[in-house]
Structure formats: structure tokens, C-alpha cells
Design a protein. Sequence first.
Length: 109
Amino acid sequence: MAASEADVLFSSVDTAEGRHIADRIGAYFAMPLFDVGVAIPTEASPGGSRRIVEVYGRVDYVYPGGSSLMDRGVYDGALLEAEYLARVAPQALSRKIADGYLRGIPEDV
């Protein structure tokens, strides 16, 4: 309820769940939302270690009545489900990934 008293929401979280909550608060209370994200993709390097390929950032401005972070593809239902299962039922997450129900989801969600 404290967030509903603000004029603007700022989100800089590491999970799709956190972004989804900020998205829903902004939509419900018709509040502008600024969401900031950073991605740091890595790749395998000779010798078995990993190295950083690049670092890039993203800033989204979501205005009341406009497209949401989910609409823009910042996160989706599959990522929300994977994060939830990783927290409450890791074995179920592994099974869903192995069975192909959660494609493109890394096992270390």
C-alpha cells in the first residue's frame, strides 16, 4: 500500500516476479513506472571457464494506460513460472525443462 502513495515507481530488480509486481502496481494505481535492467551474457572460453561477452542496459518507461513490461517482452509467463518453481519446487522445474515444457529457460533460474 505504501507504493500506491508514490507519484512514480522505480524498479531495478533481478527477477521477473519483481518486475511483474511493479508492472501490476503501476497498472492498478495508474502510476508511471521506470524499470532498469542490465544483462551480462557470458560464453565458455578455452580452459573451461566463462568470460563476459558484453554488458548492456535497458530502461523502460511504462506510462498509465500504455503497454506493460510483459507486453514489451521484458518478461513472460514462462519465466514467471520458472522462477516460482525454482523457489518452491526445484525438482518440478527440472522435470518441466527436461520434458520441454519450459523451453529457453536456463536451469539456474
